[in-house]
Design a protein around this ligand. Structure first.
Ligand code: SF4
Length: 221
């Protein structure tokens, strides 16, 4: 069935897996609210097209009761992508746990706060990089004794590999702190429709330490 107008609402779960009951719930919601189809997305979500705008809140509420999360099309901060992490023999970090913490701290906080453009974050468990974290605005990769961070990547019409940080972060809290400062910086300094990587280039912020120093200088102003 083709697209018949309305909005496309993305549905996902905290752990990246849908139970049989949740799949039934999605099928039912698609028939009642959407156009009777569901599309697979590139990152851990299915999309229900054709949802009338005035019904999206009711849909989100109904899905939440089944532990299904929703993302709205205008939401700039996207659900965090992740690979199998500790469920894979190569995994060095708990990718799902870290993604859940990032979402818990920032997804709701930035739900209605407009960022200059879309913002993707992904977490992968090792250098095999199955989640392609270097192509996200912030990518986090499990590394020996910590987390390697890529900044400013993007894919789409314009493709850019993120810059790998010089230092390895040692704790999840370090990662969360960096993500928070980066989002804050992007919201305050980014120009309308400017991607995060382009903003970093314009401000000559090449490394995570530059972001932290810039943010600290702004706070001291
Ligand atoms: S990135 Fe590494 S840990 Fe994650 S799924 Fe691929 S091989 Fe496994």
């Amino acid at each position: 069935m083709g697209y018949k107008g309305g909005m496309s609402i993305q549905i996902y779960t905290a752990n990246g897996a849908f139970s049989a009951a949740q799949l039934r719930q999605i099928a039912e919601a698609s028939e009642r609210y959407g156009n009777g189809t569901a599309r697979l997305m590139s990152a851990r979500a299915v999309a229900l097209p054709g949802v009338p705008e005035e019904q999206r809140a009711a849909l989100a509420e109904e899905l939440a009761a089944a532990d299904l999360l929703t993302a709205m099309p205008e939401q700039s901060l996207r659900p965090v992508g992740f690979c199998r992490g500790l469920h894979c023999r190569h995994g060095q970090i708990d990718t799902q746990g870290l993604a859940a913490k990032i979402e818990e701290r920032f997804l709701t906080a930035y739900k209605d706060a407009a960022l200059p453009h879309k913002f993707r974050i992904a977490v992968c468990g090792c250098a095999n990089n199955c989640a392609k974290v270097d192509l996200c605005d912030i990518g986090i990769m499990g590394w020996q004794h910590g987390y390697k961070v890529y900044l400013g990547g993007m894919w789409g019409k314009k493709r850019r590999a993120g810059t790998a940080s010089r230092d390895i972060l040692h704790t999840e809290e370090d990662v969360l702190d960096l993500v928070g400062r980066a989002l804050d910086l992007y919201q305050k300094e980014g120009r309308q429709r400017e991607r995060f990587g382009d903003m970093l280039e314009r401000l000559a912020l090449a490394d995570q330490s530059d972001i932290l120093a810039y943010a600290a200088a702004k706070e001291a102003d």
